[in-house]
Design a protein around this ligand. Structure first.
Ligand SMILES: NC(=O)C1=CN([C@@H]2O[C@H](COP(=O)(O)OP(=O)(O)OC[C@H]3O[C@@H](n4cnc5c(N)ncnc54)[C@H](O)[C@@H]3O)[C@@H](O)[C@H]2O)[C@H](O)CC1
Ligand SMILES: [K+]
Length: 502
């Protein structure tokens, strides 16, 4: 797992690295800048004009070092330092003086010094990084406004300048660089993983700058970024002598009239994820549909034609998933309440089951311990009874909710977050915008339920389910495009996603 740290922790690890590796801070800056420059060199066109905007702190120092490295590789550069008060950090000053020996470096002290940015230029943004401590104003705000208005591609060093590493609730949305790509150092930054960065960071690349592993290991955090190597360790190997009983029984309670597709998708995904036996509990109208579309599943018919209203006894043998396409009929609410009374093992709760819970405090209290709920942000806000001001606040609320009700929350979106009852957060690293379409969530519910049935611990089921789901989505997008892919395609790629973890 990659750890995610706050600003003071990053500073501490920097200092610790400098001591343990016997280097100076300027050495570390050079290493960081070289790592970013190498990435840029791979795709930048040497004939294109590049404008570098540096600040006066260490983020500026990085940008000036990157400029020097690019100059040595014959890129065409124009360098500006925004320095209204001409107070430079020590390492920034060293890099400024080095660069001035090679090229002209212009200072921007006030609005009239800001250059016109030609249309087809690339901008390298090194105004502010993790040291930002207040929203931008004055000439800094003016520079950011001009860069954003130019609509050129901007590559940001460490952070889109003007964006805070954690909470941006008090920030000025006009004072943040809109970056094509952010090369962030060593650790993903929390705000870049939240929807708060949607307008400011199209893509985040984490650049390893060789910070001391011992210092990183010793620094504690509750925030993690899931890597492939983490997911690879999770699948439980299959024994030669296993039989269908070995891989558990799942019961998916899904579907209503007009929404049987959700039941079909969750059923297929559950099977493709490896469950031994799957039973679907569906309204009577859905029996033929299910039996035809998913012959591998057994079907239990509800007494009602259009909605699910009750589940039988003997449900303890199953891992249960409930929600896809069930609607919010009163009968279905009774089912959910009854289910929570009867079944006290962790279950997966999604979609309309969450909408039912949202309106009823007593149902929240009855959610079985260690269950996994899988809301998208709108469902989550409904569950909270109010809209969060930003992704950061939503994440805080999710931590409180998970802790209060002793459950796991999978907050779906780009970098889906898995929040534990202990308020730890695991961000997923797979997936793409092609998955933002109706049915994707039903697939995830089927997958996680399948893993619970196969005796994965709830946290592992959530982590592996979310990772595989995203990976299947990435494979589907590769073959069918983000526009052309369907949740059904993702199900077809679950097998290849498993293989990719080998
Ligand atoms: N381990 C690493 O990640 C490394 C990071 N490096 C780079 O260092 C910066 C952080 O540098 P720092 O000097 O601390 O901060 P900034 O350059 O972001 O800001 C400079 C300075 O500006 C002042 N300030 C803050 N907010 C404002 C504002 N709104 N208006 C005006 N001035 C402001 C404040 O005093 C700041 O200290 C990190 O992002 C990386 O790019 C190292 O180079 C290598 C190791
Ligand atoms: K920056």
């Amino acid at each position: 797992m990659v750890k995610i740290f706050n600003v003071s922790q990053i500073k501490k690890i920097d200092g610790c690295t400098v001591i343990n590796q016997g280097i100076t801070s300027i050495d570390l800056m050079e290493r960081a800048s070289l790592a970013v420059a190498e990435k840029l060199i791979r795709f930048l066109d040497p004939d294109q004009c590049i404008l570098v905007f540096a600040g006066t702190g260490n983020n500026g120092g990085d940008a000036l070092a990157i400029a020097r490295i690019l100059l040595s590789r014959h890129f065409k550069l124009y360098v500006y330092i925004v320095a209204p008060d001409e107070l430079f950090s020590d390492d920034c000053l060293v890099n400024k003086e080095c660069l001035e020996r090679l090229t002209d470096v212009k200072l921007i002290k006030e609005n009239q010094d800001i250059p016109h940015i030609p249309e087809d230029c690339i901008v390298i943004d090194g105004l502010f990084g993790s040291g930002l401590n207040r929203p931008l104003e004055g000439v800094y705000l003016d520079v950011v406004t001009v860069i954003n208005a130019s609509h050129n591609k901007v590559y940001s060093v460490d952070m889109p300048s003007g964006m805070f590493v954690e909470d941006n609730a008090s920030n000025n949305p006009e004072g943040i660089i809109k970056a094509e790509k952010v090369f962030t150092f060593q650790f993903p930054k929390l705000s870049l993983l939240l929807p708060d960065s949607a307008n400011y960071c199209k893509k985040m690349t984490v650049v390893n700058i060789g910070l001391c592993e011992k210092c990183i290991k010793e620094e504690e955090t509750d925030l993690f970024f899931i890597e492939k190597s983490d997911a690879t360790q999770l699948p439980i190997p299959r024994d030669n002598f296993s039989h269908k009983g070995t891989f558990g029984k799942a019961l998916l309670i899904a579907g209503s009239y007009g929404k049987m597709g959700a039941a079909v998708l969750s059923a297929r995904a559950c099977l493709r994820t490896g469950v031994g036996l799957l039973t679907m509990h569906v309204p009577r109208c859905g029996v033929d549909i299910l039996q035809t579309a998913v012959p591998e599943a057994m079907v239990q018919a509800d007494e009602f034609p259009e909605n699910v209203s009750s589940v039988g006894d003997n449900i303890d043998q199953f891992a249960i998933g409930i929600g896809p396409g069930i609607g919010t009929d009163d009968k279905t609410k009774d089912l959910l309440s009854d289910l929570f009374d009867k079944y006290r093992k962790p279950m997966v709760i999604d979609a309309d089951a969450l909408n039912i819970i949202a309106g009823d405090e007593s149902l929240k209290e009855k959610i079985p311990s260690k269950s996994i709920i899988t809301p998208h942000p709108v469902e989550f806000d409904r569950l909270m009874g109010g809209v969060s001001i930003n992704g950061y606040e939503r994440l805080q609320k999710a931590g409180e909710f998970a802790n209060r009700y002793d459950i796991y929350i999978v907050l779906k979106g780009a970098y889906s977050a898995i929040i534990t009852p202990e308020r730890k957060v695991y961000f997923n690293s797979t997936g793409n915008p092609g998955m933002a379409t109706g049915g994707s969530g039903d697939v995830l519910t089927g997958m996680i339920t399948s893993l619970l049935a196969q005796k994965y611990l709830p946290l592992n089921a959530a982590i592996l389910g979310v990772y595989l789901h995203g990976l299947a989505g990435d494979l589907a997008a590769k073959s069918k495009s983000q526009q052309g892919m369907l949740p059904s395609d993702m199900i077809e790629y679950i097998g290849k996603a498993y293989r990719a973890l080998k």
